[in-house]
Every structure is written in C-alpha cells, then in structure tokens.
Ligand binder design. Sequence first.
Ligand SMILES: C[S@@+](CC[C@H](N)C(=O)[O-])C[C@H]1O[C@@H](n2cnc3c(N)ncnc32)[C@H](O)[C@@H]1O
Length: 410
Amino acid sequence: MAEGAGETGEERNQDVYSYRERVKCSPEEEARLERQHFWKVIDAFRYYRIHVQERVNRAERQFRYLPEHHQLLLPDFLPNLDKIRHCVDQNQEVLQAIVQNCVHMFENIQYGEDDDLRKVGPSSTFDMDKLKSTIKQFVRDWSEAGKAERDSCYKPLIEEIQRRFPQDQCDVSTVKVLVPGAGLGRLAWEITRLGYACQGNEWSFFMLFSSHFVLNRCDKENAMTLYPWVHQFSNNKRSSDQTRPIFFPDVNPQSLPPNSDFSMVAGDFLEVYTEPDTWDCVTTCFFIDTAHNVIDYVETIWNILKPGGVWINLGPLLYHFENMANELSIELSYEDIKAAMLRYGFQLEVEKESVLTTYTENDRSMLKYLYDCVFFVVRKPVDVFSNGIGTAMEGQFEEPAHSGNSNATT
Ligand SMILES: C[S@@+](CC[C@H](N)C(=O)[O-])C[C@H]1O[C@@H](n2cnc3c(N)ncnc32)[C@H](O)[C@@H]1O
C-alpha cells in the first residue's frame, strides 16, 4: 500500500508518474517504502499538537503586536486562544488513542515495533492537512452533526442498493457489495447493517487507523469528543463556533446483527481487486475523482462486477491529482466518463446530473462549499453480447474498449 496523494512535493519529485513506476519496484523496496510511509503517518498523528499549537502561538504573538488600546477592545481574544489550546490538547488525546494499537492492526503485515523513544520529527504541512481532514471525516461519518450530510450522500446510494436487491425478494446476506475509498467506513457499515455482505476498501493510513479505532475500539455512543473546527481561524461568526465539540460515535459500531459479513480491506483499489466477476454491486461515493486515470477505475469495476452486477456512484469530479507536480492526472468531464463507460459495455440505468451535497461541512462557517454531484447506476450486462457491441457486424459498431482484455466476460 502506498499513498501517492500523501507524499510531499520533495518526495514526489523523485519519481515521475509514481503510480506507473510503483509497479516496477522490487517487492522488498515496495515493503520498505510502505513501512516508511506507515511510520510517517503515525508520526503525523503524534506531531499534531505541536503543529497546531504553533499556529495558536502565532495568533497570540500577532495579537500582542497590536497597540494596547486595540487589545483592550478585545478582552475575549486571549481567553479564546486558551480555549483553542485546550481543544487541541483534547484532539491530541484522541489521536494518541487512535495510533496506540494500530501497529498490529493488519493481520498479514507487520511494520515493526513501536518505540516511545523514537524521535517524532516535524510532519509536512501536507500530512497535517490530511490529518485535519481525517478529524473532519469523523463528523461526516460518525457524529449526529453529520446526519444531514450522510442523508444527502449515503442515503441515495443505500436506497438504490435496496431497490436493486430487495430484502423481500432475495437473500441479501449473499449479495456482495464493495465500497472502494470507504473513508471511515460508515457507508459500508450501514450497508452491512441492512444485511448485505459488504466490504470497504481504503488506501490511506490516516483513514485506516481512524476507522479501525472507531469500528473496533468504540462501543459507547457519543463517548468520544473531537473539536473538528478548531483549525479554522477565518469565517467564524462566533468565537465559540471554533471551539465547539462533536461527539462520536453516534451509533455503537459494535451493534451490527450477529453473523454480519463486514470487512475493511487496506490497499490500493486497483491493486487489491483483480479477481473477475466477484461483486454484485460496487458503490462509490466521492471516490472516482481520486484516480490518476478514472478509466482505470471503470475498467477495474467492469472486471470485478459479476455479469448483471451494478455500479452505483455519487460524487463530484474534483480530481485529486490535478495540481500535483509530477503526478499523472487525467481530468475528464462527466460527459467523457459516461461515453467511455458506455463504450466499455456498461448499460446506463439511472442518471441524475444534479444532486446537491456537502462534504465535511462546517454548518456554522461563513464559507460553505456545495457539490453539484452526478449520481448514476450502470450495469455490466448479464451477457456482454446482449449490449449490442458483441453482436455488431464487423465495422458497424465501434470496437469495445476492452476487447483485448482477457479478464472481460465474453
Ligand atoms: C473523498 S474521500 C471519500 C470517502 C468516503 N467514500 C466518503 O464519501 O466520505 C476518498 C477516499 O478514497 C480513498 N482512496 C483514494 N484513492 C484510493 C485507492 N486507489 N484505493 C482505495 N482508496 C482510495 C481516500 O483515501 C479517501 O478516503
């Protein structure tokens, strides 16, 4: 596992188009890089307090530069900074708990032993930003405060699964659903709660450590506290908005029915899922734009879906690698992706081009982002020949893009 999006610019410069080069690494080198990355992410969790307190100290220094009569007009400023410091300390305690036991969290890989004396060096701003985003992901996935957002993003996907595989018409425990890019696992968990056999897949150690913690170590509703907005110094209407807590988990993650088939698998979606004709349903939420080349995702999903299986997607196209130097990034419009999916052989069954959602929104902020998402359902035909491509007379239809793919169902 590696996390291309988590590399610093300096590291990225060493390998042009790292995602293509990566497969050329020897397995030993791959394992070494992964170990190095694992510890880098653990260090980021441990460095958080120092990083954010430096920011708070800067705010204090700058305040103290003000003329005294200005300072006197703002008697609550320094006390609020103290509150922020307290929130950061509290966040650090949760982050510490998250990384406490993660050294042995993977059944099949050991990353070496933890050593408290190991010096934690400064983490990059990039990694600190990822950590802050991970903290906000707790709001989206596991807090009461995230319910409206989950309703707008996860509910349409879940309802579509229920429509396709109705509980009263099939044994849903045999319906295999895959959620690539599962984040902190709530969508996959909700699908499992309804009785489906669901697997989440995630690549980022930031997300994996955190989902492992919430899914395996938290069993009391709202027992944990985080301050996700404490890093936001702008666009606050009230000072207290910055220091307000959220509580998690809003449901007990251990409360899945007995015999539920739920798993989370670590690794790059493209590398882990190579077994053809395996899944009844692939559900992607805010995921497809994480690709270097989204057609790789189309191809993999085609390959791993059983004939007749469906891919349900909701999300925008905010390409993650767009502004990263030396990273391959193919930015396609939805129109182009749709055309490519159809050429591949998928049948479009549902399409909504305007589903308004948010992503880890701070509902009290004076700045909010609204995503105008695309929702679609496409099906891999039961018989590939039934979609018209395979039965075409030579020269009459375009050659299907996957015609040379030995994994394609024929
Ligand atoms: C924008 S987040 C969406 C998370 C979740 N689906 C949600 O809606 O909250 C995209 C997620 O995909 C993960 N991801 C990106 N590339 C991946 C890959 N190649 N394989 C697996 N996960 C990946 C990221 O780490 C991140 O957690």
